[in-house]
Write a protein that binds this ligand. Structure first.
Ligand SMILES: [Ca+2]
Ligand SMILES: [Ca+2]
Length: 244
C-alpha cells in the first residue's frame, strides 16, 4: 500500500510539473499600450483607466505570431460587446485560428427586446437560440458613458480553444459582423466590440511520463493486490485486520 501511495504522489508531482511547463507564447492585456503583432493599434481607455483593444465596428483584425513551431497550443481571450447588439438581426462575432472558424454566432445585449443569441460556450458555431448574454463572464465590467452621460452596457465573454499548429506563422482573426455600424445610441457607437487579456500557450507533447506513470500505477495496484492476496492466503490477516 505504501508503494501504491508513493506512486500516486510521484504521478501527481509529475503531472503538476508538466502542466507548469506549458510555455507562454504571447500574452497582453494592452494596459501598457503595446499592440505588436496586431493588425490594429486602436486602443481605448474606460473611465477607470482600463485599456482594451478596440472599440471596433464592422471590422476584421488579426494577431499574427511569426514562425511558431509545430505542436499543440491553446488560446484564451476576452471579447466585449457594447450597447445594442441584436442577435435577432444577425449581429455576430467570428473568430478563426489559422483560417479555421472556431466561433461564428450571434450575440445579444438587450433582453428587453427579446432578441436571442445563438452563442453559448458549447455552441460557438451557433445553436439555441439562447437568452441574452448566455455564458458571459461579466456584465458592465468596462465603464464607458455616452455623450448623454448614460452608462453604456457591455458583456464580457472569455472563450478558450486548443488547436494543432502545423508550423510557421500562427494567425488569429477576429471579425465583427454588425448591421448598424453608423448608428449611435446614448451618444455612443451603437454596436461595437473590443478585446482584452489575450493569451496563447504552447502545450507540451502528449507526455510519455504520465503514460509511464499510469503503467506504474497499474503495476502498483497489481503489486498491492498480489501482496494483499498472498498475505490473506497465508492466513496472516483476519476480518477487520489492517494489512500493512
Ligand atoms: Ca442595435
Ligand atoms: Ca444590429
Amino acid at each position: 500500500m505504501l508503494y501504491f501511495r508513493r506512486t500516486l504522489a510521484i504521478t501527481a508531482v509529475l503531472i503538476v510539473s508538466i502542466e507548469a511547463a506549458a510555455d507562454l507564447v504571447y500574452e497582453s492585456d494592452f494596459q501598457s499600450g503595446v499592440t505588436t503583432h496586431w493588425s490594429s493599434s486602436d486602443l481605448s481607455t474606460d473611465e477607470l483607466g482600463k485599456v482594451v483593444l478596440g472599440l471596433f465596428k464592422q471590422e476584421t483584425i488579426s494577431l499574427t505570431l511569426p514562425a511558431q513551431p509545430t505542436g499543440e497550443y491553446g488560446i484564451t481571450f476576452d471579447f466585449f460587446n457594447f450597447n445594442t447588439w441584436d442577435g435577432a438581426e444577425g449581429d455576430s462575432f467570428e473568430f478563426q485560428i489559422n483560417g479555421t472558424t472556431s466561433i461564428d454566432a450571434t450575440f445579444d445585449n438587450l433582453a428587453s427586446f427579446v432578441d436571442l443569441q445563438t452563442y453559448s460556450i458549447s455552441t460557438p458555431l451557433g445553436g439555441g437560440p439562447f437568452p441574452t448574454g448566455t455564458d458571459n463572464t461579466g456584465m458592465d465590467l468596462l465603464k464607458h458613458t455616452g455623450a448623454d452621460a448614460s452608462r453604456i452596457g457591455n458583456f464580457r465573454y472569455t472563450p478558450s480553444f486548443t488547436f494543432t499548429h502545423s508550423g510557421g506563422d500562427m494567425t488569429f482573426t477576429f471579425v465583427g459582423k454588425i448591421d448598424q455600424p453608423s448608428v449611435s445610441f446614448n451618444g455612443f457607437p451603437d454596436e461595437v466590440w473590443s478585446l482584452d487579456r489575450v493569451s496563447v500557450i504552447a502545450i507540451p507533447e502528449p507526455p510519455m511520463i504520465p503514460v509511464l506513470s499510469l503503467f506504474g500505477l497499474v503495476g502498483a495496484a497489481i503489486h498491492w493486490r498480489k501482496n494483499t492476496k498472498q498475505r490473506s492466503l497465508t492466513g496472516g490477516a483476519r476480518a477487520g485486520q489492517v494489512l500493512r
